[in-house]
Design a protein around this ligand. Structure first.
Ligand code: 2M8
Length: 461
């Protein structure tokens, strides 16, 4: 679709928010956010709060970019994968020269790692493996574009496949300890849902040591209301985990053996399962090695079984597992719906989850501005409509569910989520996250991944 560059606003009587953009104008604004956040080398996750490239943000950004410029979408993913570690890990941040974010490259100190890239500075952890999904989406969009875009997108999908395979192999080799089969994270940041109540119990066991070097946060100076961000106590733990990893020389085996935080993440595992499915499809199409395709099939099956095996016998909700304390984590959050992303749960569990998702405890809550899942159910104790990953709605999470539902053939459900996502974001601010009752944008505005998924929704048939 050609995006109209002129934007007009339109108020709607009775709206909880004063401004509402009609879809073409919203698409034009989203395109502008992506262009404005482009440094020429990367599209930063957000202009002030996140002035670097984040791993899963880059994947979503490439999907939105493909609607504007297939070549630019390809180069964004290529930039991310040029920073892939030699062991296969795709790092969670690829740093630009900007020093407005903490913790920056000096604090991570990944130069001590044997496997890090030489030409660029990165963090030393990873983020959810949604990249294969992005590559397939860019390919689909490229194929519907010009002959040149089609050829470029096909060449790109074929050429990047081995790097995606290496990334998935890394997750299996280093991050599936224990018998649950869940992919383990060693820092809450690896989940993408930084201070979700999912991590409260395992974080309580992280005791920052006396050797934690002093630091000054920058995020709270940028976000208008610091109480929307994680607390200083939480940051001490985040920083302590980095310190542990740095001292371990970013040696994955040592980290998994010793770090104070080791949790089987059910949401990451579900995304991994479905991303493996996507890689199998791409691998077959582009004639990749049959034994590698077979690996991916096996990894997808194992991951799906692990997600299904985590479901609570009464609620049906999928659960994370604290691998240090060896127990299930029963905190109910949007991650509990993970089996709906990847399939594999028994029919009765799936039906239970779907009806829970529709109920007034989640999308059917009568006071939600838009009927899309909040990060935590508004009916749960501890729900906070303004605090980071503890209640607000995230458009990218909505995109993932709408994408997965479409893929599973649940077109009506996918459409409802898409429409809800557009309604949530039609104020044109492209918030990082949204207060679910008022629709107030929170955190950063002009957040690239929000603009990107909105663009994808608006340009979809
Ligand atoms: C948030 O995470 C970063 C740390 O990685 C932060 O709070 O400083 C999360 O929402 C994460 O999922 C996201 O990728 C990142 C950039 O948008 O911000």
């Amino acid at each position: 679709m050609t995006v109209d560059a002129t934007s007009t606003t339109e108020g709607a009587p009775g709206d909880r928010r004063p401004v509402r953009y009609p879809e073409p104008a919203l698409a034009a604004r989203a395109a502008r956010v992506l262009r404005d956040n482009d440094t020429g080398a990367v599209i930063t996750a957000a202009p002030r709060l996140y002035p670097h490239m984040w791993s899963w943000d880059a994947a979503f950004i490439s999907i939105g970019l493909a609607r504007l410029d297939v070549q630019r979408a390809i180069s964004e993913l290529q930039t991310l994968f040029r920073a892939q570690w030699r062991n296969g890990m795709v790092p969670h941040i690829v740093f630009t020269e900007n020093d407005a974010y903490f913790p920056g490259p000096d604090r991570w100190g990944t130069e001590v790692a044997h496997d890090g890239p030489q030409h660029v500075r990165t963090s030393g952890i990873c983020q959810p493996p949604v990249h294969a999904i992005a590559v397939q989406r860019v390919l689909e969009i490229g194929r519907r574009s010009s002959a040149a875009d089609r050829a470029d997108a096909e060449r790109f999908a074929r050429d990047i496949w081995p790097s995606l395979y290496a990334w998935h192999r890394w997750l299996v080799e280093y991050r599936t300890p224990g018998s649950s089969g869940l992919i383990a994270i060693v820092h809450g940041w690896e989940s993408g849902m930084d201070n979700s109540p999912r991590w409260d119990v395992p974080y309580a066991a992280v005791q920052p040591g006396a050797g934690l070097p002093p630091y000054v946060r920058k995020d709270v100076r940028i976000v208008g209301d610091p109480s929307e961000r994680p607390s200083d106590r939480e940051y001490d733990r985040y920083l302590w985990l980095i310190e542990e990893m740095r001292r371990a020389g970013y040696d994955q085996r040592k980290i998994v053996r010793n770090s104070s935080f080791l949790v089987g993440d059910v949401f990451v595992t579900a995304l991994f399962a479905v991303a493996c499915d996507v890689l199998v499809e791409l691998g077959k199409e582009f004639g990749q090695a049959p034994e590698e395709i077979a690996d991916l099939q096996e990894w997808a099956d194992n991951a799906r079984a692990a997600v299904a095996g985590s479901c609570h016998s009464v609620s049906g909700m999928a659960r994370d597992r604290d691998l240090r304390a060896n127990r299930w984590l029963d905190t109910q959050t949007v991650a509990g719906f993970s089996p709906l992303l990847c399939g594999g749960a028994p029919d009765e569990v799936q039906l239970k989850l779907l009806s829970l998702l529709d109920s007034d405890r989640w999308c059917g809550h009568p006071e939600l501005l838009a009927p899309v899942p909040p990060s935590v159910s508004p009916m749960r104790p501890g729900f906070n409509p303004r605090q980071y990953w503890r209640g607000p709605q995230w458009p990218v999470v909505v995109w993932l569910f709408s994408w997965a539902f479409e893929r599973r053939g649940w077109h009506e459900r996918a459409r409802k989520l898409r429409d809800g996502g557009v309604k949530l974001t039609e104020d044109g601010s492209f918030g990082e996250y949204y207060e679910p009752f008022t629709g107030e944008p929170l955190g950063s505005t002009d957040q690239s991944w929000t603009a990107a998924v909105v663009l994808d929704w608006l340009c979809s048939d």
